[in-house]
Design a protein around this ligand. Structure first.
Ligand code: SF4
Ligand code: SF4
Length: 104
């Protein structure tokens, strides 16, 4: 069975994604500068994640159908640390009408 995240993407269209400015390419990290919005001198936010409704500018595809991160290898730490099946994951899925994280 394919990984449930491949037909989801709800977390990338539910929460603000903030991370250290050190993670941007501009400061020697991996996150492409064009996708990072400056919040303060030390804080960056994934573009689109504070829109209403939120949707990360790096997300491709359609939430709940087929979705993937366009910068998967270069995504910021909150995305790397986000746990499928966690309470936050379940909240995101619920928000998009996707039901509980499935066993797989
Ligand atoms: S909300 Fe959960 S299941 Fe959906 S993509 Fe994010 S981690 Fe995966
Ligand atoms: S950078 Fe990728 S994993 Fe992180 S919120 Fe955006 S689309 Fe999702």
């Amino acid at each position: 069975m394919p990984h449930p995240c491949l037909s989801c993407g709800a977390c990338c269209a539910s929460f603000r994604v903030d991370f250290s400015a050190c993670e941007t390419q501009e400061r020697g990290g991996d996150v492409p500068d064009g996708l990072a919005v400056e919040v303060t001198d030390t804080l960056r936010r994934m573009r689109g994640t504070d829109h209403s409704p939120p949707r990360c500018a790096a997300l491709t595809g359609r939430v709940g159908v087929q979705a993937s991160c366009g910068i998967y290898e270069w995504r910021p730490s909150p995305c790397r640390e986000f746990e499928p099946g966690s309470a936050a994951c379940e909240r995101a899925r619920l928000r998009h009408g996707l039901g509980a994280y499935p066993d797989h």
